[in-house]
Design a protein around this ligand. Structure first.
Ligand code: IMP
Length: 180
């Protein structure tokens, strides 16, 4: 089965407006007593993260780092292990940490990642996701900031891909079976 692009779920303007609101919430919640280590999960969240941090005020001590991970386990059973392809460059010990992820689906990747980063003893650990496909959750996961809750549909664009394609789209679109 092959897919083609379908409807726009969120336009460039809608995303921009929501990212600005999220940045306001984050700026309100973090002080300057400690650096805020913003941890982006590659590759999908890179687009969201770069827009989000540019909406944060300049007096906030923001540090940016990236990680690339995959969660082991099949659809209904997780092994509880996150494989790290690319780790953070800096220590997060005693820093306020904000994980930035593109989408939370089953929640397995994020819950494992939260546990892994928690073990590195940050001062605090919060999570910001652009999209939440809440109907598909298989494990409880704490999300502190959420851009949009979405139905159980596969989406691409603004960093999200299908088999490596369509990350570069300015908007978020659904896919449809192209009948081939
Ligand atoms: P989870 O462990 O099931 O929550 O998986 C989260 C990961 O699955 C995300 O970081 C995405 O890489 C991928 N994913 C889940 N749903 C979608 C989607 O609709 N479009 C693109 N990627 C998705």
């Amino acid at each position: 089965m092959a897919y083609k692009l379908d409807n726009v779920l969120f336009s460039e303007e809608q995303i921009k407006a929501r990212v600005r609101e999220l940045a306001k919430d984050i700026a309100r919640d973090f002080g300057n007593d400690k650096p805020l280590a913003v941890v982006g999960i590659l590759t999908g969240a890179a687009f969201f993260l770069t827009d989000l941090v540019r909406e944060l005020p300049e007096n906030l001590d923001v540090r940016i780092d990236f990680m690339s991970v995959a969660s082991y386990g099949d659809s209904d059973k997780s092994s509880g292990v996150v494989r790290i392809f690319h780790d953070l460059k800096s220590s997060i010990e005693n820093k306020n940490v904000l994980i930035v992820e593109d989408i939370v689906d089953t929640g397995l990747t994020l819950s494992h990642l939260q546990e892994l980063l928690h073990n590195r003893k940050p001062a605090s650990l919060k999570t910001c996701v652009l999209l939440d496909k809440y109907e598909r959750r298989q494990t409880e996961v704490k999300v502190d900031y959420c851009g949009f809750k979405i139905p159980d549909k596969f989406v691409v664009g603004y960093g999200l891909d299908y088999a490596g394609k369509w990350r570069h789209l300015k908007e978020i679109k659904t896919l449809v079976d192209d009948g081939k």
